[in-house]
Design a protein around this ligand. Structure first.
Ligand code: ADP
Ligand code: MG
Length: 258
């Protein structure tokens, strides 16, 4: 309802995605800063459920390296998720600021250990993030990692279940997903590996292989890179009309492998 948003005053827009905006706000009663992620709610009932999934999943995650959930409410056709503000911005911004000088090994290891702790926590709850990338990993003012953006996440029915829907961001997507094969939490681990590479080299592993003219044998890289060039950092689930992709509303489905 309207009164929920009236408890906050808008400071500025800090992120704009295909689904809506991320706003920096201040709580009028406590003066604390928060981020409100606004998501345009679809009219279609089944799509509506998948939009609400992000708020539900985030509300269940309580970990020092996962962005803290405060509340969620719906106002008109917007879903608003209120969460902790990570004033250090996202890791992609941080990498781009770095230009040529490398990060020091201590920072890389500290950040990576925190990402792994967050991933371990969600995987123990059988949640797959499915869009792990530097743009979805945030930093606080004291340099703590906070995993965010559960907009592509899903939950598996059992510890042996696999997901099938094609989602993710091309640069970070594991080969089994390119191959349209069932996947599980290991595909998130691949994406974390890509982030580690990015932290060490300040570039994507994919762009590196491109330059050297090497072609990984197993995956359909040509197709993949076409999409990567097109979308860059953008997530596929939000824009995809890619062949063989299931609709986003099916993304919670999981099956035991045949
Ligand atoms: P989208 O689904 O559009 O990718 P995100 O949740 O990833 O939405 O938010 C988009 C961008 O907004 C992020 O990449 C980040 O730069 C910024 N952002 C989002 N949430 C926060 C937050 N809690 N603290 C700081 N920045 C944030
Ligand atoms: Mg994002």
């Amino acid at each position: 309802n309207r009164s929920s948003m009236e408890r906050y005053s808008l400071h500025k827009v800090i992120g704009e995605g295909s689904f809506g905006r991320a706003l920096l706000v201040r709580c009028k009663s406590t003066q604390e800063k928060y981020v409100v992620k606004e998501i345009q709610l679809p009219k279609n009932q089944s799509k509506l459920e998948s939009s609400r999934r992000e708020a539900v999943l985030l509300s269940r995650m309580k970990h020092p390296n996962i962005v803290a959930f405060r509340e969620a409410f719906e106002a008109d056709d917007l879903l608003c998720i209120v969460m902790e503000y990570c004033s250090g911005g996202d890791l992609l911004q941080r990498i781009r600021q770095q230009k040529t000088a490398q990060f020091c090994v201590d920072d890389i290891l500290r950040w990576f250990a925190q990402m792994c702790a967050a991933a371990k926590y969600i995987h123990d709850k059988r949640v797959l993030h499915r869009d792990l990338k530097s743009k979805n990993i945030f930093l606080t003012d004291n340099g703590t990692i906070k995993l965010g953006d559960f907009g592509s996440a899903c939950i598996l029915n059992s510890s042996k279940a696999y997901a099938h829907t094609y989602v993710g961001t091309p640069y970070y997507v594991a080969p089994e997903i390119w191959d349209n094969k069932p996947y599980n939490n290991k595909s998130d681990v691949w994406s974390l590996g890509c982030v580690l590479y990015e932290l060490c080299t300040l570039r994507h592993p994919a762009s590196e292989t491109e330059e050297r003219g090497r072609r990984p044998a197993r995956w359909n890289r040509e197709e993949g890179m076409k999409v990567a060039d097109l979308l860059g950092e953008k997530s596929l689930i939000k824009t995809s009309t890619f062949e063989g992709v299931e609709s986003p509303e099916a993304c919670c489905e999981s099956r035991e492998p045949g």
